[in-house]
Design a protein around this ligand. Structure first.
Ligand SMILES: C[S@@+](CC[C@H](N)C(=O)[O-])C[C@H]1O[C@@H](n2cnc3c(N)ncnc32)[C@H](O)[C@@H]1O
Length: 334
């Protein structure tokens, strides 16, 4: 099933922004978003503080290609802001009911989405699970975190109104099983929503010809993650897989998101600025691990590839954008 693509860009040549280079401090940018006023949501006032920030790629006996160190946590918080900018502060795209009673956030990470959701839907009982122990300094009273493996058998005794999984591409080996378990653990009428960026770059002109390192890096990440058994780019299959498990009204929306601040449009430029910062960190967090340990590249070759991709990230004559997928479906009312 093909998704609907939202194209927010001005695309005439005269609209292209000029180069906007500089170094990016991900931590500073991540903390700068704390007081951001979104259209439908007031500024964040609390931020999760993870007490255990060692890089853990093996958790509960499961090996992951994703790191979980402080830099990765800052990257996830920046991504949270990017999602909020795209959704004007909303936390979901699925038309969930206005007073959900029970909500599950799969692979909650820093818990930033679950914290905002619980803060906004105060009457909901929200549960966030993850392989890593999560100990934020503050969480709303209606939120609980648990250490759990969403690929193992789910043992929840009560069903959910809404199950949410964000940025889990590259963290799931069996999507059919995940969707099947979500289906079983939803109330009739409840929604499953998966949100994720695809590891791939696009441009609507020929400027990607000047981004050979970035395009190569993305195809290598796709190859490595598929070889590892947790693909990073299979979102086009999600809707069909959800329908196969019995979900109704399955919807796939794809939003084009600038990867650097090249658009002239103010909002798109801002999104691009934050995306550029998270991409800088993402390259460092994912590329060496996937290319060296899975594709057996040498450290020097990886450095050359990353340096080239970083340079292209700061070239705003390259009009690169990524695709963000929102895929959701409803459990039939019975
Ligand atoms: C890229 S992060 C996304 C975090 C969060 N959903 C967000 O959008 O901010 C992926 C998270 O999934 C967690 N994860 C990976 N495999 C998991 C599994 N089998 N069970 C539970 N959590 C898992 C990782 O520990 C990591 O925190």
């Amino acid at each position: 099933m093909a998704g609907d693509i939202e194209d927010p860009y001005p695309v005439s040549d005269s609209d292209w922004a000029s180069a906007d280079e500089g170094s990016l401090d991900v931590t500073t940018l991540a903390s700068s978003v704390l007081n951001y006023e979104y259209k439908v949501r007031p500024a964040q006032t609390k931020t999760p503080m993870i007490s255990d920030t060692k890089d853990k790629r093996v958790q509960n006996g499961r090996r992951k290609v994703q790191p979980n160190d402080e830099a990765e946590q800052d990257r996830m918080d920046l991504l949270h802001h990017i999602y909020a900018l795209i959704l004007d502060g909303e936390l979901h795209m699925a038309p969930i009911k206005s007073h959900p009673e029970r909500v599950l956030d799969l692979g909650t990470g820093t818990g930033i989405w679950a914290i905002d959701f619980a803060d906004q839907y105060k009457s909901a009982e929200v549960l966030g699970n993850d392989l890593s122990p999560i100990q934020p300094s503050w969480i709303p009273p209606n939120l609980q975190f648990e250490v759990d493996d969403y690929e193992a058998d789910w043992v929840y005794s009560r069903p959910f109104d809404y199950i949410h999984g964000r940025e889990l591409a590259g963290a799931v080996s069996n999507f059919d099983r995940l969707f099947q378990q979500a289906f079983e653990h939803l109330k009739p009428g409840g929604y499953l929503e998966m949100q994720s960026f695809r590891v791939e770059v696009y441009a609507d002109d020929d400027s990607l010809d000047r981004a050979p390192y970035t395009t190569k890096m993305c195809s290598l990440l796709q190859e490595a993650s598929a070889k590892f058994g947790k693909p990073m780019a299979n979102m086009d299959e999600w809707a069909d897989r959800m329908m196969k498990e019995g979900f109704d009204d399955v919807t796939c929306k794809i939003v084009k998101v600038p990867i650097s601040p090249w658009p002239a449009d103010k909002k798109q430029k801002e999104i691009g600025k934050f995306f550029q910062a998270q991409q800088m960190q993402g390259i460092q967090s994912y590329v060496p691990e996937l290319l060296q340990s899975i594709l057996k590249w040498g450290a020097d070759e990886v450095e050359v590839l990353m340096a080239g991709a970083r340079k292209e990230l700061f070239d705003t004559t390259i009009h690169q954008y990524g695709k963000l997928y929102f895929v959701y479906g409803r459990k039939p009312r019975g």
